[in-house]
Design a protein around this ligand. Structure first.
Ligand SMILES: [Zn+2]
Length: 197
């Protein structure tokens, strides 16, 4: 293989879910087998990089200041589901069981890996609470130690704010969180959410 090919392969390997073999296959596909796809991919990447950004309010992907969900007046803007990543939000939306809006943390607290509140999209959530914009936080974080620590941290910040905190998790796969649950399981998990103590 050539140096440029190997460099591309290394870059592809950094993508989530792409291993060494897949990176090699993709690089060969783009450079040798279907070079027309490469031009289209480059154009799409450039267009997306220029227009897609984080919603300033919730951290979801957006092309305006606010994402489509935050801009939707038919949603309950005072009911906020807190998730770790955008795909979690997508999974809950697919279940069609939630009428509120979201806040995407882009991770969870993990002192071992050096992830504190400053590394997450937490300040904007606390600001939403301080502005009195929130009635309930629905915590849809993973059922593991880090997810639990994140729930605990957030609920500590709710003391004397009057904001209710609930946790979904009943029936969800342990450690996987919402991403690996099917729509029916998510729906019952949301409906069966309990006050978080
Ligand atoms: Zn938003």
């Amino acid at each position: 293989m050539t140096p440029a090919f190997e460099k591309l392969q290394q870059q592809l390997k950094r993508l989530p879910g792409v291993g060494y073999r897949s990176a090699e296959r993709i690089a060969l596909h783009l450079l040798v087998e279907k070079p027309a796809h490469l031009a289209e991919l480059v154009a799409s990447l450039q267009a997306a990089a220029g227009s897609v950004r984080r919603c300033e309010r919730c951290g979801n992907i957006a092309e305006e200041t606010h994402c489509a969900l935050c801009a939707d007046e038919r949603r309950d803007q005072r009911l906020i589901c807190v998730v770790e990543h955008v795909p979690d939000l997508v999974a809950i939306e697919r279940s069609a069981a939630f009428r509120g809006v979201y806040h995407v943390l882009h991770g969870k607290l993990s002192p071992i890996h050096g992830v504190g509140p400053e590394q997450l999209n937490v300040a904007t959530l606390l600001a939403r609470i301080e502005r009195g914009e929130v009635d309930e936080l629905v915590l849809a974080l993973s059922n593991d130690v880090e997810g639990e620590a994140t729930c605990h941290y957030l609920t500590q910040r709710l003391v004397s704010t009057g904001v209710r905190a609930t946790r979904i998790g009943f029936g969800l796969p342990s450690g996987g969180g919402v991403l690996y649950a099917d729509a029916i399981t998510l729906k019952s998990a949301l409906e069966g959410r309990r006050d978080y103590q």
